[in-house]
Design a protein around this ligand. Sequence first.
Ligand code: LLP
Length: 427
Amino acid sequence: MSDTDRLEPASMARAFREARRRGMEVEPAVLFHDLGRMRARIGRIGAAFPPGALHAVAIKANPLVEVLRAAVDCGAGLEAASLEEVRLSLAAGCPPGRIVYDSPAKTRAEIAEALRLGVRLNADNLDELERIDALVRPEAAAGRIGLRINPQVGASSIALTSVADRRSKFGVPLEQADAVRAAFARYPWLAGLHVHVGSQGCAQAQLIDGIRRVEALRQEIRRARGSGAASVMDIGGGLPVAYRSTDRPPALEDYAAALRREVPTLFEGGTTLITEFGRWVQAGCGFAVSRVEYVKKDSAGRTAILHLGADFLLRRAYHPDDWHHDFVALDPDAAAKEGPLSACTLGGPLCFGGDVLARDLALPDLSPGDLVLIRDTGAYTLSMWSRHCSRGIPAVLGVDGGEIRVLRERERPEDVVAFWSRGRGQP
Ligand code: LLP
């Protein structure tokens, strides 16, 4: 089974019309996040894995506090890539025991703060373990500290999001397993292992291969040190999603079933299993709508200028071969735009030539005032917002059943001035 479940353009256009009818700020561009859909996906993860597992949604995919709060309220934990993301988790009401702090660059002060807060923490390397040892009270850290391993299964199809090639900057390479065994002998507070194979570009078999290798090491450590040892296994995220109607990513349930079959010890009692899905939870929950401001015509074709570009879809603008989004043309009333198709380039609002979202796309003839809907923008879009050219971030609206509410207000010029100023309210 593959997961081709995506929000339909008609329902997205309906949400846009309803938001506009309610006088919400949808011009010149607006972002949406479907919270009901997000809860359903978190529910599917919970049902596919053992009941005691912790599902920490990767904040870096979508750091909006209101989004995180909705995830936490339905039982999820949160995976934080920085101490700031730990603070976002707390702001969203996440209990510290459900926060997993991963970062390859934790300072001593950040480690001390994480230990004080009582969050879970995955060390990235052996030197970090030494730092933790100097700061930790072992009895207070019980079961909360893991060590990231690079399973060295090779790069995925997307080089920039590969983290399991031989020389990845993340984790202790599996070829140094002896040092990992020694660390468990030395640090009684070390409670488990962590692996994250990559994001979007990994096939299911590669994800499972990476997890299997690290789980084999964990089982070896348990055999050597007693079954109470290395009781935590964090298998990261990385499950890909469909960005095109022809994409056939694995279904979450099939992925979990394959893990249960191929790495059964993950599912045994006595193991605390942690997952860190980001994209799979969030990508398909988000969509964006921009007004077409101008349409330029020349001998080579047409270019429509939109209010979202490389600031919002950074990866798409810089690596269009790796990152795809579907664009749907709507008329000013947000009804599907009809008419013959012709090539149209979608340009963003920023001041450089590469700020292009799609080249020569077959679209109905766009005019100023028409709308362009961008699908599957819920993960790694707003969270990677670029301040280049200093445009304000549009309002983010949450769709929740029949309800629509503001998750983040549109930024005003004065908010952007504050961002670039000395700080803490000083001009
Ligand atoms: N856990 C760790 C330790 C991670 O580094 C990541 C993502 C995740 C979990 C969640 O992975 P997911 O389930 O979302 O694939 N478009 C971005 C992707 C960066 C992903 C980084 N890590 C980019 O282009 O940089």
